[in-house]
Design a protein. Structure first.
Length: 307
């Protein structure tokens, strides 16, 4: 039976690994995404190392090839009204992102370049240090570099979404100080529940909440539990953030096709509904489950995207 939820997933790496977006053996495809009553998907172009701008451009071109091939099912959305239209037409509403600010190659004009290609979200760092700052796994512990501060300011001026997943803690607090608009951690979990360096402290979650932002729950087993993760571990992270008053600030950022280990009983997008069913069994109200499945991120997008 099709899910009754609109599902919004704020991070996947599928365009970098899949042979075809309609049907494949990866974690995510359009065919399985049609199991929801609506599907909004952020597709990330993940880059690192030299020639990052060219790498990002090539991945974006790959997305456009797939979009053209499956235009009856997939719509690139650059505005909130575009998302609304795609959902009414029962298409997957796609948002393009770049994971790794090294794609900008230290040139602020490249923000305009990628905006012109349809990119509406940038994850400032991946695991390494770049021209903007340092990732949480990089060993670089200082805050945002001057170029990073310039990028955050300009992104918000042009209604691009600032994503702090992967960013180190000092860089995070710089973003909070600069930000005038809601921000996101597109695929990050709770450090209180699982102490991995990639996860967020309670203070970080509350700061994101106070911007009006949303945190997307990452389904990578190592970010969920030190041992093999289960759906129960996913729910522990959701419940903890909700216990901090985060009912309107938790969503999904599955990290599909960017991880090598998912929780037991989650093979891909076709199993995401199990998480929501589990929450209902725990007596979560239907309206709260709908928020976590997609409505919180839809409200966030309404605030952060033009049009």
């Amino acid at each position: 039976m099709p899910s009754s939820y609109t599902y919004v997933d704020f991070h996947c790496d599928t365009i970098g690994v899949c042979p075809d977006l309609y049907e494949n053996t990866c974690h995510l495809d359009l065919k399985r995404g049609r199991g929801f009553c609506g599907h909004v998907q952020v597709f990330a172009a993940w880059v690192e190392g030299k020639d990052s701008k060219e790498k990002a451009k090539n991945l974006i071109s790959r997305f456009y090839e797939e979009q053209k091939k499956h235009e009856n099912l997939l719509s690139l959305c650059k505005t909130y009204s575009g998302i609304e239209t795609a959902l009414k037409e029962k298409k997957t509403a796609a948002i393009l992102s770049i994971e790794g600010g090294e794609a900008l190659e230290g040139n602020i004009e490249n923000l305009d370049y990628f905006y012109g290609l349809g990119v509406r979200l940038i994850t400032l760092t991946w695991n390494h240090e770049n021209e903007l700052g340092g990732g949480s796994m990089s060993g670089y512990t200082e805050g945002l570099k001057p170029f990073g501060k310039e990028v955050v300011q300009k992104m918000q001026d042009m209604d691009m979404i600032v994503d702090i997943s992967h960013l180190n803690e000092n860089g995070f607090w710089d973003v909070i100080e600069i930000s005038k608009k809601p921000i996101t951690a597109s695929h990050s979990n709770s450090k209180k529940i699982c102490g991995h360096p990639r996860n967020l402290t309670d203070e970080q979650f509350l700061a994101i909440k106070n911007t009006g932002g949303v945190v997307g729950i990452n389904l990578y087993s190592q970010f969920l539990s030190p041992k093999g993760a289960t759906i129960d571990d996913i729910v522990k992270h959701i419940e903890h953030f909700c216990s901090l008053g985060g009912e309107n600030h938790v969503g999904m950022g599955a990290d599909f096709d960017g991880v090598d280990e998912l929780p037991k009983d989650i093979a891909g997008i076709e199993d995401v509904d199990k998480i929501f069913e589990y929450l209902l069994k725990l007596n979560y109200k239907e309206e709260v489950v709908r928020k976590i499945a997609g409505e919180n991120y839809l409200n966030f997008l309404k605030q952060t995207l033009k049009g």
